[in-house]
Ligand binder design. Sequence first.
Ligand SMILES: Cc1ncc(COP(=O)(O)O)c(C=O)c1O
Length: 359
Amino acid sequence: MSRPDRLPVRDSLALMSGYHSPQLDVAVRLNTNESPVPPPDGWAKALRAAQAQIDWHRYPDRGAHELRAALAEHERVAPEQVFAANGSNEVLQCLLLAFGGPGRTALTFEPTYALHSHIARLAATEVVAGERLEDFSLDADYAADMVSEHRPAVTFLCSPNNPTGMVEPPDTVERLLAEVSALPGLLLMDEAYGQFDSHTAVDLVDESRSLAVARTYSKTWSMAAARLGYLIAPSWVVAELDKATLPYHLDAFKQIAGRLALAYGQQMRDRVASLVGERERIAAALDGLPVEQWASGANFILFRPCSGDGEGVWQGLVERSVLVRNCSSWPRLDGCLRVTVGTPSENDAFLSALSEVLT
Ligand SMILES: Cc1ncc(COP(=O)(O)O)c(C=O)c1O
């Protein structure tokens, strides 16, 4: 039997590699910015009880109304201003499917979360990559000029920014929002790590503004396994996203899991506070090692061994059963590694492995 001619993948995809974060079998996993601890026991117990009520032979509530209403109350917005999806990555995908596409542009400021440009390209949207300054901060005048020059349909800002950890000053956010609103275009604030910072762009969301804010259950809510994220945006944005998503995309179990979690807001804030304490402890310890680091407002720290050999240091850590994110070959991040804040004992294991590798 002869093999059929293989159908080539579409041109834009042929140039891309997938998104890969190695899943290695190590004792200490500090590479994907998850919470190091599970959600509260009370949540797990309530979830077990609630799942007994699921009609498994029926499709779930297509509009995820109860979940959206609970999120609206939590974020103090109207239920029509909430969209939910399978992780904030799917939120971003729906946004690009609805507002990006052929002939349209998405603007990013690099280095930032790689999935912004990746998902934009998947949605056949041209990507214009703006640059951050040498210290990875963003020059607001330059950013505003990029918006007016390229007239993007979607402009991405991430605060705190992954992988640098840096927080975008509110003035910059408002400046870009004004610029984007003059186009027309949308400003997408990615606040996957938003609870680690005291500012949030959610307060700026309003029916008259071209602003959408993406958040996730994967980090501060300790629910990465659930794959649940959401968007706070004007109702006219949410209505279009509802058209772009697949029917019944949020399963019944997940809808309940997300709704029940919101009753544990105080526990979430306590977790954030203790992670911030641990982050500062790691940062102080890194100050005593031959590395350069960037001040972080999130649950991770970007650092660069002074030797410049990020790859070798990453390998040395893996040999000691500690996995961090290897960013050393990413554009602008030569030699850099990113460590997620773990439990105190995981952080100790990381610090002692790192000082062994570096000395
Ligand atoms: C900045 C940023 N946005 C979005 C996501 C995706 O999160 P989710 O698990 O909700 O898809 C991540 C995950 O690491 C992230 O770092």
